[in-house]
Design a protein around this ligand. Structure first.
Ligand code: OOG
Ligand code: MG
Length: 262
């Protein structure tokens, strides 16, 4: 852990202010090239602590960069993990204010809610399947705080994996009713199909992203509690949006999730 506690806290304040003020910043590894993975997650944990101390509830966990399409788009090869807070949630069919954001992009995500805790090491797809209470679709609106959405993995982890807004919608289903690998997803913007994929785009199986998350948290002495809402990561590349755009994502067997950007 090359960064001392003071620097971790300073960088967390720096990145969280950029988020809350919708202002872009240069990537932090430019100034702290020596920072390591633990530092990056420590900065993210400090951002979470700051939000919770102000009364914001952490309402979900997210895996990011879990599909090849996303890894290729962002030029990285390893998934990352973050969280979402209560104030980031927007209703299905609702409006999202672009003036509160820097350069938003939308992602289609297959999500799960757990009914049992998951703790690594050794967590696998089978353990995750047994712990799924239900499956529900969502659209994540990511908004990197880094200029032009350009970052490396450590910088984006520190920036809470670009978490910004999310919309849960459609309908929930029991996992036994679905094949998470072949579950089709069609992402439309202004009525035009922008991207499509199946669940297997996420690490071969969306539950693999959750197993990876449990193993990652286990290495940090943490677990995924029962009752957690977890986004498994965008199945396609992320699509840029601006004021005036309407987005609708159709999920096979799970209904659709839509929103309008104003
Ligand atoms: C990082 C967050 C990626 C996903 O679903 O892949 C993410 C980014 O691309 O800005 O949330
Ligand atoms: Mg995402």
């Amino acid at each position: 852990m090359p960064l001392d506690r003071n620097t971790i806290e300073q960088l967390a304040a720096h990145l969280e202010s950029a988020e809350l003020e919708a202002r872009d910043v240069t990537k932090i590894t430019d100034d702290y090239p020596q920072m390591d993975w633990a530092d990056a997650y420590d900065i993210q944990d400090e951002i979470r602590r700051r939000k919770e101390a102000r009364g914001h509830k952490t309402v979900g966990l997210k895996a990011g960069l879990t599909s090849f399409a996303k890894m290729k788009q962002m030029g990285v090869e390893v998934p990352c993990f973050g969280f979402v807070s209560d104030y980031m949630a927007r209703p299905d069919g609702g409006e999202i204010r672009t003036s509160e954001l820097i350069h938003p992009k939308v992602e289609a995500e297959i999500c799960i809610v757990t009914k049992a805790p998951l703790r690594g090491p050794g967590c696998h797809v089978g353990a995750v399947m047994a712990a799924i209470d239900f499956v529900i679709p969502a659209v994540e609106i990511i908004d990197s705080r880094y200029r032009d959405f350009k970052f490396d993995l450590k910088s984006v982890i520190a920036d809470n994996t670009s978490a910004s807004r999310f919309v849960i919608g459609g309908r929930s289903r029991n996992v036994e009713e679905l094949d998470l690998r072949t579950l089709g997803v069609v992402l439309e913007k202004n009525g035009q199909i922008m991207a499509m994929a199946a669940g297997a785009a996420v690490l071969g199986h969306p539950a693999a992203a959750v197993a990876m998350m449990a193993n990652h948290l286990g290495a940090r002495g943490q677990e995924i509690p029962a009752g957690s809402f977890i986004m498994t990561g965008g199945v396609t590349e992320a699509i840029a949006v601006q004021a005036g755009d309407s987005v609708n994502v159709r999920f096979q067997d799970l209904g659709s999730v839509s929103m309008r950007f104003i």
